[in-house]
Design a protein around this ligand. Structure first.
Ligand code: URA
Length: 437
């Protein structure tokens, strides 16, 4: 009733409600009513940070105190072709940041880091807590799946939000994301908040608000936090699909990746390295990271991680050892002009139709299939040019993928205005706008 009437909940009220709900003492119908009241009334910054910490305290935390160095974690709100972690984790680990990363699986049109990593033959994402810590201490890097023991409140609350139309509430999204990072042991956090058709937040204004709420939570609970707002109107890079994305990540770590993916990794990495205090500012950090790419040290860190997690490191140099689809089919332009837009959501659906993504948590996925975008927004094309190569294993799925790709590519006579990849950087000090918005 207090929240329904627009009041602010005390810390004690938030803690007792969240913990009572997790223990099963507060029934779903009452929590559902509270979630709806929060949806309409919102929360003050103090309430959101209390909610975040109440969620963190609902379960275990990863104890990284035995790992020397400042533990900076990164989170992406998710997108299509977003293989950033595969590049960024070894890159910043090579720069001296201990990376103890918990990642997720793909669901719906967005892919998941764990699935991508599992396309490396032998790679294990299910390390024991001891192995996880040992690897971080020994080589500075490990990427594993999240255990159910961290933030049980989030799983329970999310399931209820999902069926009560209360997922898209800023305080609820922000506390859900930040609680998992904090429980994972992060001392500082860099957020990649996506914006555009393939993103959770479609408009710049909504993405900015989410970024600001999360930065505010982090700062209030003593975790230096910065957010980068990056474009997800078209997919990131050119590869969409698990093994295809691993190949693109390897190319990026050896200095031959697509410009947008490279730029995003350098931007996020510079923020992480400067937050960790390993460089005076993001510009100096960027030079360090460029050097680590150029000298192959970042790539070597990926090799070390793959070896330490049971994967075949040879597969990183001999890409024919990675899963490959049986056939490819070109998707061609029906007319000439310029690519006006390339809807990330539709490309994600095309990849899903091929079997690269899962519709439900239990669906199996095909690691080999996906789409390589030969043309992206702003590129000139002629009728018949190959816009995308579809990598597939089953003839029946190609037609559906082509239907989505037809919707994804919008071709027009004029070259469209450039849409910047990095649109804003949000820090405790304020917002630096770098593009549209
Ligand atoms: N991602 C999360 O982890 N939580 C949300 O509530 C929404 C997106």
């Amino acid at each position: 009733m207090k929240k329904r009437n627009g009041g602010a909940l005390s810390r004690e009220e938030i803690y007792s409600t969240v913990h009572g709900f997790v223990r099963g003492e507060i029934p779903d119908y009452q929590m559902a009513a509270l979630l709806m009241a929060i949806y309409f009334r919102g929360m003050e910054p103090r309430e959101v940070s209390d909610l975040t910490m109440a969620m963190v305290d609902s379960g275990e935390r990863v104890d990284l105190s035995s790992v020397p160095g400042v533990k900076v974690d990164k989170h992406s709100t998710g997108g299509v072709g977003d293989k950033t972690t595969l590049v960024l984790a070894p890159l910043v680990a090579a720069a001296g940041i201990p990376v103890a990363k918990m990642s997720g699986r793909g669901l719906g049109h967005t892919g998941g880091t764990l699935d991508k990593l599992e396309s490396i033959p032998g790679f294990r994402v299910g390390l024991s807590p001891q192995e996880f810590l040992d690897n971080v201490r020994r080589i500075g890097l490990a990427v594993v799946g999240q255990t159910g023991r961290l933030v049980p409140a989030d799983g329970k609350l999310y399931a209820l939000r999902d069926v009560t139309a209360t997922v898209d509430s800023l305080p609820l999204i922000a506390s859900s994301i930040m609680s998992k990072k904090i429980a994972g042991g992060a001392q500082a956090i860099v957020l990649d908040v996506k914006t555009g058709s393939g993103a959770f937040m479609k408009s710049f204004a909504d993405s900015l608000s989410l970024a600001q709420v999360m930065v505010s939570i982090g700062e209030r609970v003593g975790r230096g936090t910065r957010a980068v707002i990056s474009d997800m109107d078209q997919p990131l890079g050119r590869a969409v699909g698990n093994a295809l994305e691993v190949k693109e990540a390897i190319a990026t770590l050896t200095g031959e990746g697509p410009a947008d993916l490279t730029e995003l990794c350098l931007t996020l990495g510079s923020q992480m390295v400067s937050l960790a205090g390993l460089a005076a500012d993001p510009n100096q950090a960027r030079s360090q990271l460029e050097e680590l790419l150029a000298t192959g040290k970042a790539f070597q860190k990926l090799e070390e991680m793959v070896t330490a997690q049971g994967g075949q490191p040879q597969a990183l140099r001999n890409l024919s050892l990675l899963p490959a689809a049986k056939r490819t089919k070109p998707f061609q332009a029906a007319r000439g002009g310029y690519v006006q837009s390339l809807d990330a959501l539709m490309v994600g659906r095309a990849a899903m139709a091929l079997g690269a993504g899962r519709a439900t948590k239990e669906s199996p996925i095909d690691l080999a299939v996906g789409v390589i975008l030969e043309k992206k927004v702003g590129e000139a094309i002629e009728k018949g040019d190959v816009l995308a190569q579809v990598h597939y294993n089953s003839e029946a799925q190609v037609e559906e993928a082509f239907t989505f790709l037809t919707e994804a590519f919008r071709i027009g006579a004029e070259r469209p205005p450039a849409r910047p990849l990095i649109q804003a950087i949000v820090t405790a000090e304020g917002v630096e706008k770098l593009g549209v918005g």
